[in-house]
Design a binder for this molecule. Structure first.
Ligand SMILES: C[S@@+](CC[C@H](N)C(=O)[O-])C[C@H]1O[C@@H](n2cnc3c(N)ncnc32)[C@H](O)[C@@H]1O
Length: 221
């Protein structure tokens, strides 16, 4: 499960916001740039891998009237979120476990900076799509497998001894998403953060999908 990542992020939590300022963590800026032109008006938003609430802060800026539910297994990280988004519901849990155990549905589900840490990215996508209202949207980032010799050419790498980062080709992510009844609305690849050493920048793919009303019974793989 995610307990090793929860422990790693608990240790990072006290300095997380300070060390991810500015260009050190651009993922939420890219999210905002993709979502803003779509003119969505969600009344409910579920943010998976919410961390300290940086993604939620962007979502609250875009959708001030939406009710936010934030899910993250690191108590230290999510403890910092309510200061940024008062009124948000905060749940300490693994994303897949939380979604599997709820019968609620949301207009918008987000997962930023988290899917490459999930034991099974596709399971999270499948579960998240199942909790979207018809016509709802799923907005995510993931770290795609890329050609070349950087760490991003490895399907799996290990961080701090225990945290596994898993990468999949963009085309495979899209193929699986389509099997869950998701239609791609917009996407881009862009730098999320600079890596230390010779591995270059971390490039993420950012995607917004819409749940097709015609596909509501899609089961997927
Ligand atoms: C890089 S941070 C991103 C946080 C936030 N979305 C942001 O942009 O600042 C990744 C977060 O994913 C969380 N995470 C790791 N494994 C998880 C899991 N299985 N389910 C939900 N969240 C998880 C970590 O605890 C951490 O807070």
């Amino acid at each position: 499960m995610s307990s090793s990542w929860a422990r790693l992020f608990d240790a990072l939590a006290p300095t997380y916001d300070e060390t991810t300022g500015g260009a050190e963590w651009a993922a939420n800026e890219h999210l905002a740039e993709l979502l803003a032109p779509l003119g969505l008006e969600p009344s409910s938003v579920l943010d998976l891998g919410a961390g300290t609430g940086q993604t939620a802060l962007v979502l609250h800026g875009l959708y001030p009237r939406a009710g936010l539910t934030l899910v993250d297994p690191s108590p230290g990280m999510v403890a910092l979120a309510p200061d940024k988004v008062p009124g948000a519901a905060v749940v300490v849990a693994d994303a897949a476990t939380f979604v599997r155990g709820t019968d609620r549905s949301w207009d918008l589900v987000t997962a930023i900076g988290f899917l490459e840490l999930a034991p099974d990215l596709f399971e999270v996508l499948r579960l998240a799509s199942s909790r979207l209202r018809p016509g709802g949207h799923l907005a995510v980032s993931h770290e795609p497998l890329l050609p070349g010799s950087s760490v991003q050419a490895l399907p799996v790498s290990v961080v701090s001894g225990t945290g596994e980062v898993r990468r999949h080709p963009s085309a495979e992510v899209e193929r699986r998403a389509a099997s869950y009844g998701l239609e791609r609305v917009v996407s881009r690849q862009a730098v999320a953060f600079p890596r230390s050493g010779d591995d270059g920048d971390a490039v993420y793919e950012y995607v917004v999908w819409r749940r097709s009303p015609a596909q509501d019974s899609a089961g997927g793989e």
